[in-house]
Design a protein around this ligand. Structure first.
Ligand code: C2E
Ligand code: CA
Ligand code: CA
Ligand code: CA
Length: 282
């Protein structure tokens, strides 16, 4: 209606303008952040449930903002994804994760040489035709073998367009990478497709682990996903493990790997090294 149209200008202007300006300034700040090398990766250990051995780590991005301090990914990854800036940022993440993992291999230090690094892939990155070439470039530039790299792709990305998903997953798998489905249980995976995907690992979402020791429903779901993984010969990891009760429950139910604050928060590279050294000493 016309009269509404006229009023809507005044009604909408302030909030729309504000958010557009916020987004714009965030976008230009992110462009500069790449040039100024303000992004850092933190690493969270992925632990063998029964032995406690650290098998690898998930690389998680942070933005060391000159004024705002350390910014967590939910502040900027969604805007990076919308604006397309996730492409250069994601390329940086893959390269930096590979570089660090190779440096730990080269250190020759016990506990640091055999680690596998897991990197998160966004929807845009996953559908990028150049993805394979970009990963190849990152691996080659630091001399890292593909079998030390794992890609985490969320369930919702994977179920988006099945035919192109299968092609892309096959290309990644042929490179020798490991593939993990992230946030498993929160999307709508068709179990029949799961068998056709060349994947290695299911990562059960934290929301199920939160109540695994006090909700019968969540316990049944987690037990079922662990059973499914074993039947399909997939590795299974739980994220968001925060206490020893959850750890013990997952031990009893034969989950292969766990990740969570109970072992460690995501750590800067030097603190991750100290974590490994302390663990080896005790
Ligand atoms: P995600 O892939 O599901 O990562 C797990 C998140 O849970 C991380 O948050 C991690 O710090 C947190 N977490 C791990 N263990 C625990 C726990 O025991 N308790 C609690 N409360 N939280 C735990 P973070 O680092 O803030 O990352 C949030 C999300 O941002 C990630 O969720 C991922 O979707 C995205 N993200 C992070 N780094 C990257 C990246 O390099 N590229 C892309 N595309 N996305 C990224
Ligand atoms: Ca992840
Ligand atoms: Ca996750
Ligand atoms: Ca999650």
């Amino acid at each position: 209606v016309k009269s509404e149209g006229r009023n809507s200008y005044q009604f909408f202007k302030p909030s729309i303008q504000r958010s557009a300006i916020n987004r714009l300034s965030l976008e230009s700040a992110m462009r500069k952040a790449i040039e100024r090398d303000e992004f850092v990766l933190h690493y969270q250990p992925q632990v063998h449930t029964h032995t406690g051995e650290v098998l690898g780590m998930e690389a998680l991005i942070r933005w060391h903002h000159p004024e705002k301090g350390m910014m967590p990914p939910f502040h900027f990854i969604p805007v990076a994804e919308e604006t397309g800036l996730i492409a250069p940022i994601g390329e940086w993440v893959v390269h930096e994760a590979c570089r660090q993992t190779k440096a730990w291999q080269n250190s020759g230090e016990a506990g640091l040489t055999g680690l596998k690094v897991a990197v998160n892939l966004s929807a845009r990155q996953f559908s990028d035709r150049e993805l394979i070439a970009k990963i190849r470039r990152a691996l080659d530039s630091v001399g890292l073998n593909a079998n030390a790299l794992e890609m985490e792709i969320t369930e919702s990305i994977i179920m988006n367009d099945i035919n192109s998903t299968i092609k892309q997953l096959e290309l990644l798998s042929e490179m020798g990478l490991d593939l993990a489905i992230d946030d498993f249980g929160t999307g709508y995976s068709s179990l029949s497709y799961l068998k056709r995907f060349p994947i290695n690992k299911l990562k059960i979402d934290k929301s199920f682990i939160d109540n695994v020791t006090n909700s019968n429903d969540d316990a049944k779901i987690v037990a079922a996903i662990i059973g499914l993984s074993h039947n399909l010969n997939l590795n299974v990891i739980c994220e968001g493990v925060e206490d020893s009760d959850q750890h013990n429950w997952l031990k009893t139910h034969n989950c292969n790997q766990i990740q969570g604050y109970y072992f460690s928060k995501p750590l800067p590279a030097d603190e991750f090294e100290s974590y490994i050294r302390n663990k080896n000493r005790s």
